[in-house]
Design a protein around this ligand. Sequence first.
Ligand code: CS2
Length: 494
Amino acid sequence: MNPLLNAATAPHAFLTHHLDALTPGIVHLGLGNFHRAHQATYTAAALAVEPGPWGIIGAASRSRRVVDAMRAQDLLYTVTEISPSGTAFHIPAVHTEVLVASEETERLIGALADPRTRIISLTVTESGYTFDPETGSLDVAHPDVQSDLRLSYAPRTPLGQMVNGLRQRLRSGGAPVTILSCDNLGSNGARTRELIHEFVAALPGAEGQELQAWLGDHVSFPNSMVDRIVPATTAETRAAVRSGLGLEDAVPVPAEPFGMWIIEDDFAAGRPAWGRVGATFSDQVSRYENMKLRLLNGTHSLIAYLGALSEKLTIPESVAQPHIEGAARSILRHEYLPTLELPEGVDIVDYEEQLFSRWRNTALGHRTSQVGTDGSVKLPQRVTEPVLQHLGQGVMPHHLALTVAAYVACVAPPAGFEPGPQARAIQDPATDRLQALAARHPQPASLMRAVFESGQVFPAVLADQADFVNRAGDLLDVIIAHGPHAAVREAATS
Ligand code: CS2
């Protein structure tokens, strides 16, 4: 017997039903920690209260690591819920199969096309949607997108994989299906629908038109807001499982106890009873999305970049600095909050306090470099609309400019400025291109203009806001000359 199955009898563990009896009904793209701590735990809990054909076939995009480890553990793993008051363990026994999309493409496409698959869900991160940062539309110049548009046998992008699966699905009966984006993109369902439609419209031949017509009637794209802080797995996570459960789990997932999932109830072919286990079905998803993307994610980015520049390893260490907490409260209250229409029933004072207490969860060890990673695809979702709203009212949002300045200081520091080891640990798909700009523009003001004009990060509509670009350039100058603390003071007193 697998030792992780034995863990069902451990005090805090639950294993709610028999894996053998579980039929797959969901194909999930992106087998990372977030999916395994969020949708997988909600689905396991939903199956415990209402059994159904909702096992998950989980596809990792390229890496074998999690797939190999889960296969060796009967597809099980532990979610380690960590807070300063203790650790709880859960084993969401919900995956019926795992695979590597880039290597087992035929199997993946077959599963996407299978009429028994009634939901295709995704956590492929912002960059997985292959849109052009400048226009927001499908990035047809992206080499992987170009290859996928030729309907290659082995599609490389999530959009290419889904469209291939949908073509095959249409050919074999055309059963309806829901595509459920669970990524931090504004209007994530609607954006996914647009990108899929753009992809299909760009296909050669008549097939695209037929597919387009079928998609409109048979595939739904609910918007959803997902929330749970899920750091990367470390040796400490494995040690916690070892000492808490007496098990060796190669791929446990650390997570905060908090979780939230708000979903538009627009499912083309049914869904698990997620509403019975804490998820909320709502027609106000976009309000929740904007609230979360701005207050949580937007403020998180500022805490991460300022913390990294101050050589703070973790978010709790960063937000424990009074000046960083002050900057975080200012951006949240004065620059993000006024741009929001809050969902009914949300108490903003409680929400803010809950955010700060989540960020202060020292036991979780969430790294500044993890939150800082992929800023070129995260920041546009977080800052663009708020910046435009403030400028439209004649107000300069200094802390939003500071967020951009701190990001550029971390990933594309001008020559002679050393941002420190935590900033150097930040990864970003645009790093090479931004660093090439930094090499050509030693002056912060001209570097900032070049970053905006390059279209590598922000949409053109933001690059046109000269006052904002200049303000971000000034704050970058302060960071370079006097450090992040001085830049926080400057933003606060402007
Ligand atoms: C974070 C998010 O890495 C980031 O950008 O802001 O991953 C955040 O922890 C989650 O969205 C919380 O739900």
